[in-house]
Write a protein of this length. Structure first.
Length: 189
């Protein structure tokens, strides 16, 4: 697993000891970031950050700020190690922040942050219940705002809710894994 583009291209990242962490493969990461497009000067929030690979890829590609949300303390240490490697390669410091918390506290913990992109790779357990909960979380949707893109990784056979504030504008399947790209529904439409 490595950074595939940008200033830190080629830097190898650690996955850490947590067996629940499923790093996104380089091929999938490249495809996802091609869909997202230009992210220079964007504020990115990486929820269920795991190794931090998605958020670090965004940082390497020019994101202005990246917030890593991960509840597991040991996994946060892995993100910290990976972040140090990327910061050394890019020369940038203090543009990334690791926050050990549950995703449900984000609207409160990051109330002053206005994200342009939210990357979410929740656990696949229990029929992707956390992915479904994330989409139904109105406080999180309100915090993200109408201009934010939500990029959600999930099992391709997961039935995602449509009765939320989000609407799908793109989906890409990679075998058993899928990414859906969401934006807020227009309340006036």
């Amino acid at each position: 697993m490595r950074i595939i583009a940008g200033d830190a291209r080629g830097i190898k990242l650690e996955a850490g000891p947590n067996e629940a962490v499923r790093p996104t493969t380089d091929r999938i990461k490249e495809s996802v970031f091609n869909i997202i497009g230009e992210i220079d000067d964007c504020v990115v929030v990486d929820i269920f950050a795991g190794s931090g690979a998605l958020g670090l890829e965004a940082f390497s590609r020019g994101a202005e700020e990246v917030y890593f949300i991960e509840r597991d303390r040991v996994t946060c240490k892995v993100i910290e190690k990976n972040l140090k490697k990327v910061e050394k390669a890019t020369g940038d410091k203090d543009f990334c922040k690791i926050i050990q918390t549950d995703y449900q506290t984000i609207p409160t913990r990051l109330s002053q942050v206005q994200p342009d992109l939210v990357l979410a790779d929740p656990p696949y357990d229990n029929n992707c219940v956390m992915a479904i909960d994330l989409l139904k979380n109105e406080a999180l949707a309100d915090w993200a705002g109408s201009e934010c893109i939500l990029c959600l990784e999930h099992l391709s056979n997961t039935v995602l809710p449509t009765d939320t504030k989000w609407q799908i504008f793109r989906r890409k399947d990679f075998g058993q894994t899928a990414f859906t790209f969401w934006q807020q529904k227009d309340p006036h439409a």
